[in-house]
Design a protein around this ligand. Structure first.
Ligand code: GAL
Length: 441
């Protein structure tokens, strides 16, 4: 009897289950492709973003060279194409806040400031595209941008359509002046859907977790469904303390942010300030090395018209860029902190690893750090043997090592030594206990 009863009710459940399955399938089909599914940012985006260096300078009469204007972006576009930036991967030329006119036009559309962008964004996009580059633009989920220009709240579709119509390729969406956490989430999701609906390939950069975190734990699985990369921590400034704070925040939250990063969605520790005023040569090496370790978007904020050959060579270092852009797309993490030293690793494709040794001591001379290759890649990076290449501060071959080799590197104060291990299957000549002298910078 009981069995018969189960059978009968099971019989009623069958159409219900089929209906639920159908609904689920429909939901999956109807689910708009978010950041992760838009096919973009399969490796961390690279380019230039005006904010840290040029901020909100709108006075072109006083500051004609440095104000936020089409001229500034056209000059940067020229240099990105002529000075090798584009060719090593810096592709997105991005406008940040303060490009807009103070009000929307009669149709409610965002418009650029007419004095500073007299030709319009569409013309600027054409110019940027003619240089083989892509154009990024900035907007905000709330009522106003952080600098007080018109926000996109209530205008998500119109703004997405306007950007797509202009030929924009990336949107940085800020989260200032949003009333509640619900509106914040809705704003980020709605803009993602709206961008997707335009049919244009537009990389979507978010600051959702940064604004959410003080009140609520971010759900990174959800964020990655909507965004191609996202800021977690405060704005970078042109200072070593700022770089250190970002690294400390990242390593202390690595358990919750590292695994989610991957092709299509990246943690964004903010712009590169290499080539500016605040970081020493060693600190610039540290920023470049650690941003490569963190699989960070590489968005420079500097003046390409005035950049030292040394900063340029560092930013254009192909071996470091190859680590940043590694197709496996795994973010690196800190394995240990030993006194003033931090040891980081990043798994790369083909069983290789990037290794960074950072010396946090900010006085004295170069310090030696010794470590066993058995620590690296949970013992696999160098098993049974590997070749090790030093990439920063200078490129050199450190030879072959076994899985129990000890490696000693000298690291300048606040500097980083960046290495790459490549595993070799056969047992080969072993370079045990090798020691390497400091690199002059
Ligand atoms: C901040 C944002 C910065 C910059 C600025 C513009 O909130 O984090 O990266 O975009 O707004 O006002």
């Amino acid at each position: 009897m009981a069995g018969g009863g189960r059978q009968r009710s099971g019989g009623r459940r069958a159409p219900l289950a089929a209906l639920l399955l159908l609904l689920l399938l429909l939901a999956l089909v109807a689910w708009p492709a978010g950041g992760l599914d838009n096919g973009l940012a399969r490796t961390p985006p690279m380019g230039w973003l005006h904010w840290e260096r040029f901020l909100c300078q709108t006075d072109c009469a006083q500051e004609p060279r440095n104000c936020i204007s089409e001229q500034l972006f056209m000059q940067m576009a020229d240099l990105m194409a002529s000075d090798g930036w584009r060719d090593v991967g810096y592709q997105y030329l991005c406008i940040d806040d303060c490009w807009m006119a103070p009000t929307r036009d009669k149709q409610g559309r965002l418009q650029p400031d007419p004095d500073r962008f007299p030709s319009g964004i569409s013309k600027l996009a054409d110019y940027v595209h003619s240089k083989g580059l892509k154009l990024g633009i900035y907007a905000d989920a709330g009522n106003e941008t952080c600098a007080g220009f018109p926000g996109s709240y209530g205008y998500y579709e119109l703004d997405a359509d306007t950007f797509a119509g202009w030929g924009v390729d990336l949107v940085k969406f800020d989260g200032c002046n949003v009333g509640t956490l619900e509106l914040l989430a809705e704003g980020y999701k709605n803009m993602s859907w709206a961008l997707n609906k335009t049919g244009r390939s537009i990389v979507y950069s978010c600051e959702w977790p940064l604004y959410q975190r003080p009140l609520q734990k971010p759900n990174y699985t959800e964020i990655k469904q909507y965004c191609n990369y996202w800021r977690n921590y405060f704005d970078i400034t042109d200072a070593w303390t700022s770089v250190k704070n970002i690294l400390d925040w990242t390593s202390s939250h690595q358990d919750s942010i590292v695994d989610i990063a991957g092709p299509g969605g990246w943690n964004d520790p903010d712009m590169l300030v290499i080539g500016d005023f605040g970081l020493s040569c060693d600190q610039q090496v540290t920023q470049m090395a650690l941003w490569a370790m963190m699989a960070a978007p590489l968005l420079m904020s500097n003046d390409l018209r005035r950049i030292s050959p040394r900063a340029k060579a560092l930013l254009q270092n192909k071996e470091v860029i190859a680590i940043n852009q590694d197709p496996l797309g795994k973010q690196g993490y800190r394995i240990t902190k030993d006194g003033n030293f931090e040891l980081w690793e990043r798994p790369l494709s083909g069983g290789a690893f990037a290794i960074a040794v950072l010396n946090r001591q900010d006085f004295g001379g170069p310090q030696m750090f010794a470590f066993s290759t058995a620590f690296l890649g949970s013992g696999l990076a160098c098993n049974p043997t590997c070749s090790i290449q030093q990439i920063l501060p200078t490129s050199r071959d450190l030879g072959l090592h076994s899985w129990v080799s000890f490696l000693k590197v000298a690291v300048n104060p606040t500097g980083t030594v960046l290495l790459k291990t490549v595993v070799i299957e056969e047992k080969l000549v072993i370079n045990n206990g090798s020691s390497h002298s400091p690199d002059p910078l």
